[in-house]
Design a protein around this ligand. Structure first.
Ligand SMILES: NC(=O)c1ccc[n+]([C@@H]2O[C@H](COP(=O)([O-])OP(=O)(O)OC[C@H]3O[C@@H](n4cnc5c(N)ncnc54)[C@H](O)[C@@H]3O)[C@@H](O)[C@H]2O)c1
Length: 333
């Protein structure tokens, strides 16, 4: 059921955004995507849809932000410098986008009388935990600046609120599967592309447990968070992670799924044995969410896209690797 009509998706031309925006259009929403388009033009297939407006702009500019939010009923905030290495490349830049600009967004939301803000946090806010099951009430001990600022935005929302607007926070696991803006710097995706191109998967360590979510389920989570009644989501936080798998298991899944006996798995030692297991019972219990797509299906979607020639120079093209693009982007601090 569509409750809101017009949705602003910041980061709408990113990996998750490029799958989410077409899906929102399909169910009848009017969508405005605000993005710097750092990774090309992934919304080109829906560009002529009259229900879509694309805005190329920087969310650190309050004028751009105010204008983008104007007239929208809900905002899904995805835009950011979205992994540790890209953030660490230029911490001042990362902070300015991921944290400082968030206050501008909250201000714009209050001013424009938006009804709901959905904030994309990250399951990395938990850091390294001993608990077998990391739940929403588990204390957060973020290990990196990227994760720390994700959590600080959550705290800013809790502290300041949004006036009359509702908000909800989602902490996604690592997303996997094909999307028009492809990221090949995420675990399942990178292991799959290495198997396809190099016929060799290198696993560093291997025993580390990591939670995953198929991008199609990620899209469904955002759709559900738009539809859910206020009393079920207001001010709350939800994990979204399924199939907690070790890297070795993911490598085996890739090899099996691609059914290519020439693919080899090489194990290298690593100091990074961070392991965590995310529990997502809450979103099932409160909102009835059930993941419907598997990691195997994500692997298959990348395989299919590869066979259809949808990747250009997948191992070297900066468009697929946030760190490589951010090294080239001149965004100013
Ligand atoms: N992909 C994952 O595995 C994952 C896991 C947990 C959380 N998340 C969160 O989900 C969100 C989306 O992730 P993603 O994988 O799609 O990332 P992404 O890097 O593909 O997309 C981010 C988008 O934000 C845009 N952007 C960056 N700075 C901007 C600025 N100053 N103004 C306007 N646009 C700007 C970029 O151009 C990019 O298109 C992020 O907030 C991320 O932290 C993602």
């Amino acid at each position: 059921m569509v409750r809101f009509k017009k949705i602003l998706v910041t980061g709408g031309a990113g990996y998750v955004g490029s799958a989410l925006v077409p899906a929102l259009l399909k169910v009848g929403y009017t969508v405005r995507a605000l993005d710097l388009y750092l990774y090309g033009d992934p919304l080109k297939d829906v560009a002529t849809n009259p229900q879509l407006e694309q805005v190329k702009g920087d969310l650190r500019d309050q004028v751009v932000l105010d204008k983008a939010v104007q007239g929208c009923d809900a905002v899904i905030h995805l835009a950011c410098v979205s992994n540790d290495p890209s953030f660490e490349l230029d911490p001042a830049l990362g902070k300015s986008i991921n944290y400082d600009a968030f206050f501008g967004l909250m201000k714009a939301v209050r001013k424009a009388r938006v009804q709901r803000l959905i904030y994309a946090s990250s399951s990395s806010v938990y850091g390294l935990r001993e608990e077998p099951d990391v739940r929403e009430e588990t204390p957060c001990t973020p290990l990196t600046d990227y994760s720390k600022y994700k959590l600080m935005c959550e705290d800013a929302l809790r502290a300041d609120g949004l006036g009359g607007a509702e908000y909800v926070i989602v902490r996604p696991a690592t997303v996997c599967g094909y999307a028009p803006r492809m990221r090949l710097d995420l675990s399942v995706n990178i292991l799959t592309i290495h198997a396809l191109v190099k016929k060799q998967i290198t696993v560093f360590g291997g025993s580390q447990l990591r939670p995953n979510i198929n991008i199609l389920d990620m899209v469904d989570v955002y759709k559900l968070l738009l539809e859910a009644p206020k009393e079920k989501i207001q001010g709350d936080v939800f994990n979204a992670g399924y199939e907690n798998l070790s890297l070795s298991r993911i490598a085996e899944m890739v090899k099996n799924q691609l059914q290519d006996p020439t693919i080899t798995i090489k194990v290298e030692p690593t100091n990074d044995l961070r392991s965590y297991h995310v529990n997502s019972d809450k979103i099932a219990r409160i909102l009835g969410f059930r993941a419907r797509h598997t990691v195997e299906q994500a692997i298959e979607s990348i395989h299919k896209a590869f066979q259809e020639g949808k990747f250009q120079d997948p191992l070297t093209n900066p468009l697929y690797y946030n760190i490589k693009t951010m090294q080239q982007a001149k965004l100013g601090g």
